[in-house]
Design a protein. Structure first.
Length: 317
């Protein structure tokens, strides 16, 4: 799935061919995406584009009549191509410009979206979004307050768009590794200094990815067709069983919130974190007796999911 740096890279790549030019028409070949393509788009003819912007992972095209809002979904990409370019199987939408170019949207899985609104302030998909990660609004004090009474895994907390937008799976893994924080640490146990470190690292990691063109993985292509380079520098994501770049310990993985998570068990080890990780994935109620009063109520809560032997569980003690 394209993450925030990929979307920002795409936006910067296509903007010179859109801003201050005029939309001649919009061609929709496949309206059945994640949501049905807004009908208003096919009525736009000879409409000037005033600007472009981004909110979370949404591309926003500002026109003189309203706003075109695009989302790349799981496998989508946008490119600028000449009017006479051959049409591929999954080319679902073209925004045809008056400069001989068109913005072409390709999406094999069709989980993306192309919508219309006349007012961004009350656009329904934006109402519950948290702050942009590179904005001043996203700061240590904000994150600390948001994390209070949040008995969820830290990685899940950071990926919640109501907390902060655009910290996807790849960059959440990278951030937690650089901060030395285990992905299943409870968000409510963050200290102010840890929040400050997280905010600083998130900003640095995302800014670096944007500068270097975004992580490509296998689904995203830059507007000019060249892959990005940051994927080659990922420290833990996708590197299970490879040596940790800090200490040499093998990188491990686990499923958190249905997403694959990667971490160094040495550099990111926290008291009870590994035991807590097992609670997240497995378990039986009898493990309630293995803890005692010193264990947190959050651990007790996860015991309902246990399904491992006493010996195995004690090995995580």
């Amino acid at each position: 799935m394209p993450e925030l740096p990929e979307v920002e890279t795409a936006l910067r790549g296509v903007t010179p061919y859109l801003k201050d030019f005029t939309i001649e028409k919009i061609v929709v070949r496949q309206p059945q995406l994640r949501w049905v393509v807004s009908r208003e788009l096919t009525t736009l003819k000879n409409v000037k584009i005033l600007d472009t912007s981004r909110r979370a992972k949404y591309l926003i095209i500002h026109t003189e009549k309203g706003y075109i809002i695009g989302h790349l979904g799981m496998s989508g990409s946008v490119r600028i191509v000449p009017h006479d370019s051959p049409i591929d199987k999954h080319d679902h939408l073209d925004i045809v410009m008056n400069n001989g170019k068109l913005l072409r949207y390709n999406d094999p899985r069709r989980f993306g979206a192309w919508l219309w609104t006349e007012n961004l302030d009350d656009f329904h998909l934006f109402l519950k979004l948290g702050p942009e990660p590179l904005s001043d609004e996203f700061n240590a004090e904000y994150l600390f307050k948001k994390s209070r009474k949040k008995s969820t895994a830290l990685k899940t907390f950071l990926m919640d768009n109501a907390v902060v937008v655009g910290v996807g799976n790849i960059y959440a893994n990278e951030t937690l590794f650089l901060c030395g924080l285990h992905p299943v640490k409870l968000a409510e146990n963050l200290t102010r200094s840890q929040c400050a470190l997280l905010v600083e690292t998130i900003k640095d990691v995302l800014a670096k990815a944007i500068t270097q063109g975004g992580t490509t993985l296998k689904d995203f292509l830059q507007p000019d067709g060249r892959p990005g380079y940051f994927a080659q520098e990922l420290l833990v994501y996708g590197n299970k069983d490879k040596p940790c770049p800090k200490c040499g310990t093998k990188i491990e993985s686990m499923i958190i919130g249905q997403r694959n998570s990667f971490y160094c068990p040495h550099c990111q080890k926290k008291k009870w974190a590994l035991l807590h990780a097992y609670f997240l994935e497995k378990g039986t109620p009898e493990m309630r007796n293995w803890h005692g009063k010193e264990k947190s109520r959050q651990h007790i809560r996860y015991m309902e999911h246990l399904d491992i032997t006493n010996a195995k569980a004690r090995s995580y003690h």
